[in-house]
Design a protein around this ligand. Structure first.
Ligand SMILES: NC(=O)C1=CN([C@@H]2O[C@H](COP(=O)(O)OP(=O)(O)OC[C@H]3O[C@@H](n4cnc5c(N)ncnc54)[C@H](O)[C@@H]3O)[C@@H](O)[C@H]2O)[C@H](O)CC1
Ligand SMILES: [K+]
Length: 213
């Protein structure tokens, strides 16, 4: 198994790349979205109608970028947003603006998730910091209940990326496209049950830059 990282290491590597090396966060987000989109296009997923369920943090931003990249390839895509469009991270707000430009449908999240052929899970990534309850649990349970193949973005939403334990309702992904490095919790017996097939995307974030040998 290739190198795994903790949430803290992933964040430190992210911030070092952005703030010290000077690669803009949006560049990392676009490279992450390109990697995940390529996994969707590689043939294992039915792209007849894709649902992207996006949060308001940067995991959601990745999901919005994936929606735009799919749209550019004439893939029918609908986005469900789990929070207030006016209260997103900076990058996610920029991604939302681009979707508006392309008239890609963005609707408030509901539990009505049947009728899609693939679901992209972009609710929470390494920013999960408490147990998933309430509406978020309803949406995640609805995603799992559809039986539709799910590609999780960076981390299956609800999974603790350090321990591999579910923190309340957790997405059971068909596959996970994770960024830079596999997360420590993925290589546990519990974690593997939620990540499904694991893809690690090179997005230009390297531990050796942060922790030189
Ligand atoms: N190099 C990389 O790894 C890159 C990572 N990217 C993506 O960014 C996310 C991390 O983004 P962040 O905004 O820090 O956090 P999240 O989007 O995961 O979610 C945080 C958001 O959700 C709220 N929240 C946390 N737990 C809960 C809960 N149980 N219920 C409700 N709300 C919750 C929290 O308050 C925040 O508002 C990473 O995973 C990647 O997908 C970059 O985009 C690309 C480079
Ligand atoms: K996710």
């Amino acid at each position: 198994m290739s190198k795994t990282v903790t949430i803290a290491e992933a964040r430190e590597a992210d911030q070092h790349t952005i703030q010290t090396i000077g690669i803009p966060s949006m560049v990392l987000m676009e490279r992450a979205a390109l990697g995940a989109t390529q996994r969707l296009l590689d043939g294992d997923f039915d792209l007849t109608h894709v649902l992207v369920v996006a949060g308001t943090g940067n995991n959601g931003g990745d999901g919005l970028a994936i929606a735009r990249l799919l749209h550019a390839r004439h893939v029918p895509v609908t986005v469900m947003l789990t929070g207030d469009a006016n209260r997103t991270s900076t990058e996610t707000g920029q991604q939302l603006h681009a979707l508006t430009y392309y008239h890609i449908p963005v609707v408030p999240a509901t539990t009505a998730m049947d009728g899609y052929t693939t679901i992209v899970d972009a609710i929470f990534g390494i920013g999960l910091d408490r147990t998933v309850t309430g509406k978020f649990a309803d949406w995640i349970n609805a995603m799992n209940a559809t039986g539709t193949p799910i590609l999780s973005v960076d981390v299956p939403s609800g999974l603790n990326a350090d321990t591999g334990e579910p923190q309340g309702a957790t997405v059971k992904a068909t596959a996970t496209s994770t960024f830079a490095y596999a997360k420590q919790g993925f290589v546990t017996s519990s974690g593997e049950q939620y990540t499904g097939k694991l893809f690690v995307e090179d997005i230009g974030v390297y531990l050796n830059d942060v922790f030189p040998d």
